[in-house]
Design a binder for this molecule. Structure first.
Ligand code: ZN
Length: 413
């Protein structure tokens, strides 16, 4: 590929000499260079600075790209999605508008169990085609790294099917992908009255099979009343760790039942959702090394209270933003909208929201040293905007796709 020089960048955003996970007041600092250049060597960032300094640079580029005043920034790092699913659930969406409750929808066979039924009917090839389209869609909306979970199979074969599709996405796409096993998403119909039996299926059959094919990087559990208790969550995390899978968990979405505390004790990389947080939960998370990942589009779609971003930031927690792209509670993987919701509904500053959706998102994927900022040696996963007056225009102009071009590993997609 050789060297590529990008000139006339209106704002080069999130430029950092060195990186670390951001927390507290640091989140509001988004270093930028106006009227900048960016030099790439193959798929990596080699150098950057103001255009006025380019003349002093001795390197001769192989090719030149004129950014024509665009904002150039790291592509979004979306650290929580379920984008491999078989069928959409807009019927359920309309039923909810008509007034049906979550319990009534579940009783009709809707919800996660509906997705699980569809998943067990579809072939792996058909599932791959659907997931590939969604991956293409989010990459054109500016996502350059993504985590994808299983959890709609709830059988050994179904979970393996999803994880094999994630592996195929990883092989075909240049986007950076992390894979998470979420067998503990819900209890399948057959185990409705036998929770211990399903947990044993996860720990004794699913995990060894997944590990044998090296299909997952992480293990996830839906720790929630009526689903998996903190004790069951700990048991499943420990079983995953035996196979090298680190925990990242769904906690505190509907109830505060000790998910934060069990996640910290299990050294989870990230604890996600956090709609329902007590003062103690916020204090414990802030005092830990675990990242809190906020999913505002799920709160928006389910008409739930938004996550307490301001309290988390003021107490010093490390937080990230992700889309939760899934058919039931967030049928969108648009990170521009996630950033807009974070600013509009959670009162995050645009700088905070962008840091949480890029650098801290990268840390939530354990890719903080490779992605998420404009730093020498990092991979050139970049987003070029349409002409916009400022970075704050991104959340301000919600609903408009402001992404013009996306570069993954130094090449436009
Ligand atoms: Zn989720």
């Amino acid at each position: 590929m050789g060297s590529t020089l990008i000139i006339n960048i209106g704002i080069l955003a999130n430029t950092r000499e060195a990186c670390h996970l951001l927390r507290g007041q640091e989140l509001a600092l988004l270093p930028c260079i106006e009227n900048a250049y960016l030099l790439l060597e193959d798929d990596q960032i080699a150098d950057y600075g103001p255009m006025s300094e380019w003349a002093n640079n001795q390197k001769i580029p192989g090719s030149v790209i004129d950014a024509r005043g665009a904002v150039v920034m790291p592509a979004w790092c979306d650290s929580h999605t379920h984008l491999v699913f078989a069928g959409s659930r807009e019927n359920e969406f309309v039923d909810k508008i008509r007034g049906l409750t979550y319990a009534q929808i579940n009783a009709q066979g809707g919800g996660i169990l509906h997705s699980a039924r569809k998943m067990n009917e579809i072939s792996e090839d058909e599932l791959f085609v659907l997931a590939w389209k969604r991956l293409e869609e989010i990459s054109h909306l500016g996502t350059g790294a993504v985590e994808i979970k299983s959890g709609y199979g709830l059988t050994l074969e179904g979970e393996l099917k999803i994880l094999r599709v994630i592996r195929r996405l990883r092989e075909k796409s240049n986007i950076s992908i992390r894979s998470t096993f979420l067998g503990a998403h819900s209890y399948p119909e057959a185990y409705r009255e036998n929770h211990q039996g399903y947990i044993a299926l996860i720990t004794d059959q699913m995990l060894p099979a997944i590990a044998a094919e090296k299909l997952a990087d992480y293990i996830d559990v839906f720790c929630e009343s009526g689903f998996f208790s903190p004790e069951e969550t700990a048991l499943i995390c420990q079983a995953g760790k035996k196979y090298g899978l680190k925990p990242r968990l769904h906690v505190n979405q509907l109830n505060s039942i000790g998910g934060i505390q069990v996640g910290i004790a299990q050294e989870a990389i990230s604890l996600d959702h956090l709609e329902t947080m007590t003062a103690e939960d916020i204090r414990d998370l802030s005092g830990s090394n675990t990242i809190g990942t906020l999913l505002p589009s799920a709160a928006f779609f389910l008409r739930m209270p938004f996550q307490p971003a301001r309290q988390l930031i003021s107490s010093g927690a490390a937080i990230a933003l992700a889309s939760d792209f899934n058919p039931g509670s967030s049928p969108s993987g648009n990170m521009q909208f996630v950033v807009a919701l974070a600013c509009i509904q959670m009162k995050m500053l645009p700088e905070e929201a962008i840091n949480c959706a890029t650098l801290n998102g990268a840390y939530a994927l354990e890719m903080g040293s490779e992605l998420g900022s404009i730093t020498r040696g990092k991979r050139a996963n970049l987003l070029f905007t349409k002409p916009i007056p400022s970075l704050a225009y991104i959340p301000y102009s919600f609903g408009t796709n402001l992404v013009d071009r996306v570069m993954i590993g130094g090449e436009f997609i």
